[in-house]
Design a binder for this molecule. Structure first.
Ligand code: NAD
Length: 259
């Protein structure tokens, strides 16, 4: 990896939540390659977070691994404060951390509902608000990793779709209230991406075959393919983009079968 001093994010400071695996890891890595100093928030896989910091620093970039549960306000405040103390400013937040636990609607228990809403909806709200308060003076870009299920049902994952649907409206409201401060807020909505969150699906040949049938591009996506869209939205190249959702789903939501 080489960290650019003249990339799309040169001179910018970014926080990426849940960045020790999957999509968040790919985003943090790409941001560093494009010149950003990156705060890598993690809740699990500490070794991977620290390894990524080492790789970024070895390539001449700046990074910091910060443990914290984004569903707790004190942890979020400390994440943002430490980032600003260390790197001097905050320009970009990527609300990436998320969880999903599959249960049928009738069997969904209260603990699944509470934890999923806490991590997938309350956490992004806390991070968005804390980051926006720091960005009030100089503007910034906030990208939430939602899901195609911010808009499309997903039987078996009611808390998840409720949280991601909420994240859609959180983004839309925040984009209006923060536009006057030069803060842009957008969502990236992945389809089926090859990461630990859906490892069970991707390990099941029958499900992979079905995925290949219904996804127009005929394959799951890679974390790096999501990261490229996040990079664009985070950068000044997307200076007139706010309040929108960008699908990165291989055409999944366009799927239609003839009768
Ligand atoms: P992942 O499991 O690798 O990443 C999720 C990360 O969030 C993990 O590193 C996990 O440790 C972290 N996390 C969990 N709870 C946390 C907490 N309380 N505080 C801080 N971090 C926490 O899976 P992923 O696919 O990379 O998921 C990233 C995001 O993308 C999630 O929001 C997910 O809902 C979304 N997404 C993924 C897919 C997909 O197909 N992989 C599709 C649509 C949306």
């Amino acid at each position: 990896m080489s960290a650019a001093s003249s990339g799309d994010l040169a001179g910018k400071v970014a926080i990426v939540t849940g960045a020790s695996s999957g999509i968040g890891y790919a985003i943090a890595e790409l941001f560093a390659r494009h010149g950003a100093a990156v705060a890598i928030n993690y809740f699990a896989h500490a070794d991977a977070a620290h390894r990524l910091v080492g790789e970024i620093e070895a390539a001449g970039g700046r990074a910091l691994a910060l443990e914290g549960d984004i569903s707790e306000a004190s942890a979020v405040e400390s994440l943002v404060a430490t980032t600003v103390e260390t790197f001097g400013r905050l320009d970009i937040l990527v609300n990436n951390a998320g969880i999903e636990a599959t249960q049928s609607f009738l069997e969904t228990d209260e603990s699944n509902w509470d934890r999923t809403i806490a991590v997938d909806l309350k956490g992004p709200f806390l991070c968005l608000q804390a980051a926006a308060r720091r960005m009030q003076q100089g503007g910034g870009s906030i990208v939430n990793i939602s899901s195609i299920h911010e808009d499309f049902p997903f039987p078996g994952s009611t808390p998840y779709v409720a949280a991601k649907g909420g994240l859609r409206m959180l983004m839309r409201n925040a984009s209006l209230e923060l536009a006057g401060y030069g803060i842009r807020v957008n969502n990236v909505a992945p389809g089926a991406i090859a990461t630990p969150i859906n490892a069970a699906t991707l390990a099941d040949p029958a499900k992979v075959k079905e995925l290949q049938r219904i996804v127009p591009l005929r394959r799951p996506g890679e974390p790096s393919e999501v990261a490229e869209v996040v990079l664009f939205l985070a950068s000044d190249r997307a200076s007139y983009v706010t309040g929108s959702t960008y699908y990165v789903d291989g055409g999944y939501v366009q799927h239609a079968e003839p009768l």
